[in-house]
Design a protein. Structure first.
Length: 81
């Protein structure tokens, strides 16, 4: 059985238009080989943090993702067949 490891990652973003900085928490589910299987934000499947971001202040799409500021291991999730 293939195991999936869920890891919570805190990401920060900076708008290159208005310079607003904000953070968000993502959950990544990785397979045994370490490759991401799925990204979730607030429980909803989403794109990775560096794709399709827009500023919550000015709605600009010129957003710079900053390096992840931390990880938190969550329990392993067995793969459903």
């Amino acid at each position: 059985m293939r195991e999936i490891n869920a890891v919570a990652e805190a990401w920060d973003f900076q708008c290159l238009r208005c310079e607003h900085v904000w953070g968000d928490l993502y959950e990544t589910c990785h397979a045994d080989d370490g490759r991401p299987v799925v990204w979730r934000r607030r429980g909803i499947v989403t794109t990775p943090p560096w794709v399709d971001q827009s500023c919550p202040e000015c709605s600009a799409s010129h957003v710079k993702p900053l390096p992840s500021r931390g990880y938190r291991d969550t329990p392993k999730i067995p793969r459903q067949n």
